[in-house]
Design a protein around this ligand. Structure first.
Ligand SMILES: *Cc1c(COP(=O)(O)O)cnc(C)c1O
Length: 569
């Protein structure tokens, strides 16, 4: 009997759940040509054969038949062929490069917020690629644009926006969604910015979380803002959420000085620890302070929910009846998240990455807005769009987008995923992620020297830290010490030594059983008197992969436990 079978009932995969996830794997993730005949294409079929056996990256490359010269050419070739190549056989480099790319269908893959796309989404993307619709304008997209709008309506309804007022566009990734989030605020608050950019007279501060994704900085830098001096980073509480008191202090300081705050960037589901900011209290705070200080243009509240948005599928789930038979260990945290994600509708805009927890291929991101007037604020002078039909330019988002050509591939992929998986499929996949994550957390407590870094976050991402069991008798207390005192100069080396132990173990284990990854900033120490904190690195596993099961998690822990026991003796 495996450990999982003897675990407490609340962690077990219940029978009804098991049959559902098995059916989903068989129907939507098996690359089965009998279900999805496009996989019969000889090139795709050969590719699937080559990647069919789970391997490490090194093995994939080493085992590739006749791979060495291809690899050599791949890394050195600089010549375009002089003549044409007749269609027919699969061009060898295409096949080599595809089948030695990262193998996401490996049931050991748990690195970061990356997905194994489902068969229907791949199929949808293929149709979309072939149709080659360009969402830059109606004339080049026709029905593809209607399909985009259809998805926008569905997500608007899911979140609780007014479907008639809401709007959205597909764009190049979550980073671009966040860039739009900043841009909406800039165009609304700094009235001449569309022509004059940021000029010296602009008195502005942006606000984001210290726990935000790096795009919260990089996207803003691309827009030309002074991120060193004018992007205020709000402190986080112990659960990696924006500290509302710090937010209030900073907002008051800005409004007192008549300083514009174009955008407040929140996060629902931080990439490493799944911290979820509270939107409603932020909205209430902003409304109150704007009245108090007579702020003419309130800050635009954008939520970076690139990872977290998928929780929306559960907003009207019947938790009492629990028809999917989600286990008890998972239900509690999921319910808590659902209450938080009910607040997403108070955001002015938010990011949706279908290519993460949405099981669609890249790039499939959607930026949603509560009120289409936000796009209006982005409109450039129609004179600039002289080679489009004037009637077109004014009716669609042509004048408002950052991009010109805009691929519809993500639209077709997302539509197919939504249509084939439906609420039932998405809920099952997401609950499966969360069940694996909660089981992983439970098993971690069996490992000498291990402790969780965000024990209350109940998300699909689990971060932990391993200490030398020969030196550290209570990992919880050691972590508590690091959190409390790690920012102090005299404790930096203790923190660094602990990190070195874990890092070394992580590297020695290599990619085996469950492919985790290393993050430099998995937690932060408490703030010192100068409001500084230190970063605490750790190891992370993300459970998006539908092919991971509790037995694999057990096997991973057998390895961890035996290594830690060896280190101890
Ligand atoms: C992944 C991620 C992003 C960036 O999205 P891309 O699609 O990779 O550009 C932004 N924010 C969060 C929280 C993310 O996890």
């Amino acid at each position: 009997m495996s450990f999982h079978q003897s675990a407490g009932d609340e962690f077990k995969v219940r029978p009804g759940f098991k049959s559902r996830i098995d059916a989903i794997r068989a129907n939507y993730f098996s690359r089965d040509p009998n279900l999805w005949p496009f996989y019969r294409d000889p090139g795709l079929a050969r590719y699937l054969e080559l990647i069919g056996v789970p391997k490490t990256q090194e093995e994939l490359v080493a085992d590739y038949p006749g791979g060495a010269p291809l690899r050599e050419r791949l890394q050195t070739d600089s010549d375009i062929p002089a003549t044409m190549r007749a269609p027919g056989d699969v061009e060898p480099m295409l096949l080599y490069a595809a089948s030695t790319s990262k193998q996401w269908n490996n049931p050991a893959s748990a690195e970061n917020v990356v997905t194994l796309p489902c068969d229907p989404a791949i199929y949808g993307a293929l149709l979309g690629v072939t149709a080659n619709a360009n969402l830059v304008c109606r004339e080049y997209s026709e029905s593809a644009e209607d399909l985009e709008k259809l998805i926008v309506r569905r997500i608007a309804k899911l979140v609780g926006y007014d479907v008639e007022r809401a709007d959205g566009i597909f764009t190049q990734g979550g980073t671009f969604c966040n860039m739009y989030g900043y841009l909406f605020g800039i165009r609304k608050s700094l009235k001449n910015s569309i022509k004059n950019g940021f000029d010296k007279t602009n008195n502005y501060r942006f606000i984001c979380s210290q726990g935000g994704h790096y795009s919260n900085n990089t996207a803003l830098a691309v827009l030309g803002a002074n991120i060193e001096e004018k992007n205020l980073k709000i402190k986080m509480d112990a659960e990696n959420r924006v500290d509302l008191r710090d937010l209030e202090e900073k907002l008051v300081a800005c409004f007192r000085l008549k300083c514009a705050v174009p955008t407040i960037m929140l996060t629902m589901g931080t990439t490493d620890t799944f911290g979820v900011d509270c939107v409603k209290p932020t909205r209430d705070l902003v409304d109150r302070l704007c009245r108090e200080f007579e702020v003419e243009t309130p800050p635009h509240i954008h939520v970076d929910s690139a990872v977290g948005w998928a929780i929306l599928f559960f907003l009207d789930y019947d938790f009492d009846a629990n028809p999917l038979e989600i286990n008890d260990a998972t239900i509690v945290g999921l319910r808590r998240h659902v209450e938080l994600f009910r607040q997403l509708k108070y955001a002015d805009s938010f990011a949706v990455d279908f290519h993460k927890w949405g099981y669609a291929p890249y790039a499939s991101s959607l930026v949603m807005v509560k009120d289409r007037a936000s796009f209006k604020a982005l409109e450039h002078d129609p004179e600039q769009f002289s080679y489009f039909e004037r009637s077109q330019a004014e009716r669609f988002h042509l004048q408002s987008t950052i991009e010109a050509s805009r691929s519809a591939t993500g639209v077709f992929a997302a539509y197919a995923a939504l249509e084939y998986l439906g609420m039932e499929g998405y809920r099952t996949l997401i609950a499966h992620s969360l069940q694996n994550a909660s089981y992983f957390c439970k098993r971690l407590s069996d490992v000498p020297g291990a402790t969780l870094l965000a024990p209350h976050n109940d998300g699909p991402c689990v971060t932990f830290r391993l200490y030398d069991p020969g030196k550290v008798s209570s990992p919880k207390e050691e972590l508590a010490f690091e959190l409390r005192h790690g920012a102090k100069e005299e404790n930096r080396s203790r923190l660094a030594n602990n990190t070195a132990y874990h890092r070394n173990d992580f590297l020695e284990r290599g990619k085996s059983i469950l492919y985790t990854n290393w993050v430099e900033y998995a937690a932060h120490t408490d703030y010192d008197e100068r409001n500084a904190c230190a970063r605490i690195p750790g190891e992370k596993a993300v459970f998006f992969n539908p092919l991971i099961d509790p037995e694999r998690i057990d096997a991973f822990f057998n390895l961890l436990i035996s290594r830690q026991n060896r280190a101890k003796s």
